[in-house]
Design a protein. Structure first.
Length: 541
């Protein structure tokens, strides 16, 4: 705990129920001035619900128990009228949401929205609010504040948008800043910048005594940023300690489980020399035209993929790593023929695929399958998951009858460590990790030789991520499949890849075995990626 001991927020016996489901159960904790408190746990543990309760932003079907108290400056926030909460919300207590894109209104510029926030709290003239907005954007590290003020949300990158949202949260000079998974959707280098920014903001506002509630499931970030840690499991506080003590000596079994699930940067798999190549690209390029003016005339090209050469060995994993916008997913979609290529070749078992007709390419569809990043969007919400798994099996004529398909669905569910009776449920009845297992089962049904894994664990909690990685490794060993792993998470790469290709601005800047790249990177960009990874156990306060 910091030297200042004045309480900023005190939560006592908070219990929140959604219909019959208890989301938060008798939660108590304090936040002090000049302190950053980490609230950690898996999805569904009650982290965000606790923050929304403090802001009185819970949905209508939420019920807060009568003995719950959230005290801020001698006022119980749970007893305040909506009028009083409007004076507190965004003014004295601000929140940074997880998804910056949905937090902004898409039809107004960033400048309009920040200026509106400033004027609603400070009742100043628009000219003064504009100057303050420019100052705030400069404070959060946006290099061209004037251009940002003129931009619409969709025109900014994820990192820029998150910085703009932090600027808007700071517009009212809050005493308490709630950061709800503020880096989940960001690349590792942008993530590091946002964490440094929160540290800088805390230091700049030390005289104001600003406190921060940092909600996350990423223990690496918590290790770098927080003074104290509170661990939630199924709505119950299971541990509370200083950051140093928590990471050095976790007390609860669940805390130890979370820490044990963290992937390390020590390579686990060894590449085999002289392994035959299953798929390769030869000088693959994908350009997108830039069109401007009323006639939409072509003004140039965006070189999303620019002369990429890759080799995926049989039975091994090639990880394609880099930040968002580096061309990783575009390369994968081009290989799958979901995007047209501009030039180059895609060779599968030495057979060129890029010029095959749809009819001739059809047999290759079953050999090359993809697991998408978002399992929620990958499954039809109106179909039973058994039908979703069986669809590809029947379309590709893997079996002859619906009865055989049904039996194969049972086998596939067991293979991904689910139960056959689950085939009669809909996607919304499963957790994120279970949905991803279902997507893996659906792909396995076609008996593929190559699986493209597009950020397969980025939407999952750390313990669920570890389970999915172990499942994928086991399936590869059993079936001899090759994987093309698309990711920006080098911890995942170390866990399950044999080879790495580092992509930057559409080009491969470094490639080699996982051990060689992680232990001795040569390109500055690769070194930057490795340096940006938060390391648990270092720099703890």
């Amino acid at each position: 705990m910091p030297k200042a001991t004045k309480k900023l927020l005190s939560v006592s016996h908070l219990s929140v129920r959604f219909d019959k489901q208890l989301a938060v159960d008798d939660l108590s904790f304090d936040i002090y001035e000049n302190e950053i408190v980490g609230l950690v746990g898996e999805s569904g543990s009650g982290k965000t619900v606790s923050a929304l309760a403090a802001m009185q932003l819970l949905p209508d079907n939420a019920t807060v128990s009568e003995n719950s108290r959230i005290i801020y400056q001698d006022k119980d926030l749970l007893d305040q009228s909506e009028k009083n909460m409007r004076a507190i919300r965004g003014s004295e207590i601000s929140i940074i949401f997880q998804d910056a894109m949905t937090a902004f209104n898409p039809v107004f510029t960033i400048g309009n929205q920040i200026i509106e926030s400033i004027r609603s709290h400070h009742r100043c003239r628009k000219k003064i609010a504009l100057q303050e907005a420019r100052h705030l954007l400069d404070e959060v590290g946006i290099k061209d504040p004037d251009q940002c003020l003129k931009s619409y949300p969709h025109q900014l990158s994820g990192g820029m948008l998150q910085r703009a949202m932090i600027a808007m949260a700071l517009a009212s000079k809050p005493r308490l800043l709630i950061a709800d998974e503020p880096t989940t959707a960001l690349d590792v280098t942008i993530q590091a910048q946002v964490i440094d920014l929160i540290k800088e903001i805390k230091a700049k506002h030390a005289s104001d005594g600003m406190g921060v509630l940092f909600i996350s499931h990423d223990l690496g970030l918590v290790s770098q940023l927080c003074d104290r840690v509170i661990v939630l499991k199924e709505g119950i506080k299971v541990e509370q300690n200083t950051c140093r003590e928590f990471f050095a000596n976790p007390q609860h079994d669940y805390s130890r489980q979370l820490l044990a699930s963290l992937p390390s940067l020590t390579p686990k798999l060894t590449a085999t020399h002289d392994t035959p190549t299953l798929l390769e690209t030869d000088n693959l390029s994908v350009y997108f035209p830039i069109r401007r003016g009323a006639l939409r005339l072509k003004q140039g090209d965006v070189k999303a993929v620019d002369g990429v050469n890759l080799k995926v060995p049989k039975g091994e994993t090639l990880a394609l790593v880099g930040e968002s916008g580096s061309g990783k997913s575009t390369t994968a979609y081009a290989i799958l023929r979901l995007l047209n290529i501009t030039s180059g070749q895609i060779l599968y078992n030495k057979t060129p695929l890029q010029n095959l007709s749809q009819h001739k390419y059809h047999p290759y569809r079953r050999d090359i399958q993809i697991i998408f990043q978002d399992p929620y969007a990958a499954l039809n919400p109106r179909r039973l998951i058994g039908d979703s798994i069986a669809e590809g099996i029947l379309t590709q004529k893997i079996v002859r009858s619906k009865k055989e398909a049904d039996e194969l669905v049972d086998e596939l569910l067991l293979k991904v460590e689910l139960t056959p009776d689950m085939k009669y449920r809909y996607p919304h009845e499963f957790s994120g990790g279970q949905k991803q297992r279902i997507c893996i089962a659906r792909a396995l049904g076609l008996k593929p030789k190559l699986l493209v894994l597009d950020e397969p664990t980025s939407a999952l909690d750390v313990s669920i991520q570890a389970q999915i990685l172990q499942l994928l490794i086991k399936l590869q060993q059993e079936h001899g499949m090759s994987y093309l792993l698309i990711t920006h998470n080098l911890g995942v790469v170390a866990e399950m890849s044999h080879h790495i290709a580092v992509m930057y601005q559409g080009k491969i800047v470094e490639h080699g075995t996982t051990q060689a790249i992680l232990n001795n990177p040569t390109h500055p960009y690769t070194k930057q990626l490795l340096a940006a990874i938060p390391k648990v156990g270092s720099d703890q306060t």
